[in-house]
Every structure is written in C-alpha cells, then in structure tokens.
Design a protein around this ligand. Structure first.
Ligand code: GLY
Ligand code: MN
Ligand code: MN
Length: 441
C-alpha cells in the first residue's frame, strides 16, 4: 500500500459504518489580471492522496455489513487541447491506478454523483466551515428532495479535520523521510547564504542565495516568506521586506526553509556579516545557544510539550539577569522574573510549534480530554521546531552595547523513542563553527 492508501484506510477504520467523508483540494487563486499564484494543493487533501492537481475531491465510503469500504477520486478529465497549453494531467483512469483509488470520475460529475453517494448514509464527515467551494448544502438538499421516495439524508455531521489533525501530528516513516530532505536542503541553503554574506550586500542578495539552493535541490518553493534581517531589522519578528543594506559589524538573522514535496523546513541562524562576532554579540549568541540546548534536551517522549519553552525561558531569563538586561532590583529573583514574565521584554514568542506540511502544522498542543487541559505529552513521531531568541530594543536601563541585537536559533526535530532527532544539523551553529565556515569562504 502507498502511504496515501494506508492513511485513507486508517481514516475509513475510524469512521461510523456506512458514513461518507468528503475532502476537496485548494482552489486556484488569481494573483492579478489573468495570472495565478503558483498552485499549492490543500495539505489535508495531499496527505490522503499524494495528488497535486487542482479541481479534485476525495470521497471515502466506510464499510457497512457486506459492503466493503471505497475510496473515490474526482479529478480533471483528460483534455488534449488543455494539455497543449498547460501540460500533463492524469485524468481519472490513470489517477485511479497511480494513486490507488477504487474508483475515479471527472470532477464535473462531482455534484451529480454526490447525490447518489450521500443517499441512505447515516453520517457525513467533512471540513466544517473550511471548504466553502464544495456544494455540500446543495448535495444534502438534493438528497432530502428524494425523501418522498424513501431516500434518507445523513443525519449526523462530523468534523473531518479534527480526525486528520491527530493523524498528521504523528509523522509516519514516509513523512519523516520527506521532512529530513526538506531539513537538509534548508540547511544547505542557510550554509550557502551565510558563506556568501559580505558587509555592503543587500538583504535580498542574500535571500537569492537561499532561493537558488532550494530550487537547485528540487524544492518546489519556500515554505513561508523568507526573513533576511540585518542589524535592527532582526528585532522585527516578521520582517520580510529584505531590502536593506547590511552594514559592517552587524548581525544577519535569516529565518527561511523550503517546501520539499509538500513538507516544510524552518530554520533560523544568526551570524556576523563580516564573519566575526563582536563581544556583546557573542555574549548574547551564546546565551541563546545555551537556551536552545536546554530546550532540545527537554524534547523527550512522555515529557510535556510546555517543558521545551519552560527550559528555554529559564536559561534566557537567568542570562538577562546576569547581563543586566533585567534589573534584579526591579524584577527580583529568577523565579520572580519568570513568574511575572519580565523576560518577555526581550523574549516575546514561543519556543516552537508543530512542523509538517504546514510550517505551523496542525495538532492541538494540549490534552483536551482532561478537564484542566494540561500541556500534551510528547510522543515519538511528533515533529516540531525549537527556536529560542533574544531581541533587544533600545530602552532606558538596558545596556547600550546590546541595543538592536536580535538573535534566534531554530532547528527542526522529530521526537524519537528516546529523545529528539535533529533534521537540520547541516548548517553551522556554534560560534567557532560559524566563524570557521565564513572564514573559509
Ligand atoms: N518562520 C516561522 C516560524 O519560525 O515560526
Ligand atoms: Mn522560522
Ligand atoms: Mn518556526
């Protein structure tokens, strides 16, 4: 079985007997005039199909008594005229065999066929509220209109995505392979950009090095807007104008990752434009690196997700007190400064997120089955980022030597049976490694 057929079977096994699930892919989106954005499939749809064409829909029919389960694909019909202009499309017959569906039909038959498929079934699973382009209400009304003839419409709705989120949260072996590739390409791109950097370059010239490395390794696109932030721009968390000139003596913070076959890499590195850290830069950098090491050590099966952030916060806050970023006379002890969130002046984001097909991937962070909804325990197969940072904006009482320094260090990890497997080791990280790598350029 392909991983996709295997996942469909796992969905079918969780459904109410005889129920139907419907999941469409993403629409094509106009950019301007008659140009469209590069097409990106829906992540859930791709997870269950491996099929990347627009105008497609999956229909799953769960087994009931003697009737076996069925997986049906609706997709664009073959069309030699369109294919001259826009290229190959599978068409239902080839798509059915290639992607392992039981049946496949042209997409323009979806509305008519759904009326029959939804007749006399007990329940419908679909992406409640998330796929307005599917005519679900129209199908149900058409089924109800057959009521006089004894046909019954689904009486129960289930949210399909909640079920899929739990599956997507635990990566299977096929996904881990793709994520390792996304991580390796993203790391190679960071290494290339780091080595190409010189004071005087424009941020977008450095961004171009990332894009070149992504594409030449077969990644389809950046997984999100790349951040190339020099000097004070590093303190703007979602900076992506990437059009400033990098000055001598500044740091460069790059947060970028590629999408490879539908899976995201997400790496941040911060390094000196001229290849040598100044003393204050180095001090803060090593603090963030220690925080990341503590956070990575908290990635263990059975441990709470929140322990990762707590570990980073403790190290960072202690450093802020030692370096005088936080004034002990004002904020009190380490535990006081953590309790009052005094650290948030310089560390205002979380220490990571689930990672997968979406850079901020699906999956709840809390155990919602318990009344107090505690932080979720880590399990082998979960994929996440670990990304502490420090961002020092000028302010009264903050030592001036640290002003405008922004540092983040971000890696991608999979929870294993014993700890964490880091997917993004292919780019220098500690001070000596970075300086050696840039010196050799
Ligand atoms: N690049 C987005 C993030 O790090 O969460
Ligand atoms: Mn990132
Ligand atoms: Mn991230």
């Amino acid at each position: 079985m392909t991983p996709y057929a295997d996942r469909r079977a796992r969905v079918l096994a969780q459904m109410q007997p005889g129920a139907v699930a419907v999941l469409g892919t993403a629409p094509e989106v106009t950019r301007n005039g008659d140009s469209e954005y590069a097409y990106r499939h829906d992540s859930y749809f791709y997870y269950l199909s491996g099929f990347a064409e627009p105008e497609s829909c999956i229909v799953l029919v769960a087994a009931l008594g003697e009737r076996t389960a069925r997986a049906i694909l609706f997709c664009r019909a073959k069309n030699p005229d369109h294919e001259i202009w826009d290229g190959f499309r599978y068409g239902p017959d080839a798509a059915r065999t290639t992607f392992g569906f039981d049946e496949a039909y042209p997409f323009d038959e979806l509305d008519a066929r759904m009326v029959g498929i939804l007749s006399n079934v007990p329940a419908l699973y679909y992406a409640l509220g998330a796929q307005p382009d599917l005519q679900v209400a129209g199908w149900l009304n058409a089924v109800r209109a057959l009521g006089r003839t004894g046909v019954t419409a689904p009486a129960t709705m289930h949210h399909l995505l909640a079920l899929l989120d739990e599956m997507r949260l635990l990566k299977d072996a096929h996904e881990v392979g793709l994520m390792a590739r996304a991580g390796a390409i993203s790391a190679a791109a960071h290494a290339r950009a780091m080595r190409a950097t010189r004071p005087g370059m424009l941020e977008y010239e450095i961004e171009a090095e990332l894009l070149y490395e992504f594409r030449r390794n077969g990644a389809q696109a950046p997984a999100y807007s790349s951040i190339v932030a020099s000097g004070p721009n590093a303190c703007v968390l979602h900076y992506n104008a990437n059009n400033r000139r990098v000055l001598e003596g500044e740091l460069v913070l790059i947060d970028a990752g590629c999408e490879f076959d539908g899976y995201a890499g997400d790496i941040t590195r911060t390094y000196p434009a001229n290849g040598r850290f100044t003393s204050p830069q180095r001090t803060l950098y090593e603090l963030v690196l220690r925080a990341q090491a503590a956070a990575l050590a908290a990635v263990k099966p059975g441990q709470p997700y929140s322990g990762i952030h707590d570990a980073a916060v403790r190290v960072l806050t202690e450093g802020m007190l030692d370096l005088g970023l936080l004034d002990k006379r004002k904020v009190g002890t380490l535990d006081d400064a953590i309790g009052t969130r005094a650290f948030a002046q310089f560390y205002m984001h979380g220490t990571g997120h689930w990672l997968g097909m979406d850079v901020h991937d699906v999956g709840v962070y809390r155990d919602v089955s318990q009344a107090d909804k505690p932080s979720r325990a880590l399990q082998p197969g979960m994929a996440l980022t670990v990304e502490p940072g420090i961002y020092v904006r000028p302010a009264e009482g903050v030592p001036e030597q640290y002003w405008h320094i922004g540092i983040r260090i971000e890696d991608d990890v999979i929870v294993t049976d014993t700890g964490a497997r880091i997917l993004t080791n292919g780019v220098p990280k500690d001070v000596a490694e970075i300086e050696a790598w840039m010196k050799a350029a």
